[in-house]
Design a protein around this ligand. Sequence first.
Ligand code: ZN
Length: 159
Amino acid sequence: MALRKIRELGDDCLRQVCRPVTEVTQRTLDLIEDMFETMYEAQGVGLAAPQVGVRKRIVVIDVTGEDPILLINPEIVELSGEQTGMEGCLSVPGKSGQVTRANYAKVKAFDQNLEPIEVEGTELLARALQHEIDHLDGKMYVDIVEGNLVSNEPDEDEE
Ligand code: ZN
């Protein structure tokens, strides 16, 4: 296992449409392990392959710290409701912004054996599913943020 370098906003790889996974090789399994390790190390709740420079439709998510979810070739099949809240991204370090998304999301995907799976969630999990799957099509939350990005660091000027 190894930590991978997280690409930041401005990197071309974040703006590409990623390719579907057609076979899971040892290299794919290594990538998936590295993605989980990189996400936990960065204290994120989700990470998409293009964020570590790989243009493949692979996403890892864990919104509780003990519920790892792997999604290969994920597709959103149902969205409903609405939630508005602050959102951040490991590729936009130190910033967050207000984003409105569906409050419920249902996703079809494949596991590491390429067996079909279904994942559904509300609130933070629904937000993470939508955010990470957007990455696979080169979309980022900064494109749909309402108002300005804010800095997560305390602003010294205000003290
Ligand atoms: Zn992100």
